[in-house]
Design a protein around this ligand. Structure first.
Ligand SMILES: [Zn+2]
Length: 68
């Protein structure tokens, strides 16, 4: 589902399940890859990866983040 062809101009938006407590990110491999890290949503509906700037957004909130 993730598009590895995403450019570096815009952070990649990753939609996750509403019920997820947190997300795991490893940068998706390739040049942006980084050690696996876990992030907790911790009351928020999104979390940004400090390594690769990918933005993880809960399903019900993606409309606020997507430009589409
Ligand atoms: Zn990351």
């Amino acid at each position: 589902m993730a598009d590895n062809a995403a450019t570096s101009e815009n952070p990649e938006l990753i939609v996750v399940d509403d019920h997820a407590d947190g997300v795991k990110c490893d940068g998706g491999g390739g040049p942006l890859g980084h050690p696996v890290v876990w992030y907790s949503f911790d009351q928020k509906d999104y979390v940004e990866c400090g390594y690769c700037d990918r933005l993880f957004v809960r399903e019900s909130s993606k409309g606020r983040f997507s430009a589409e």
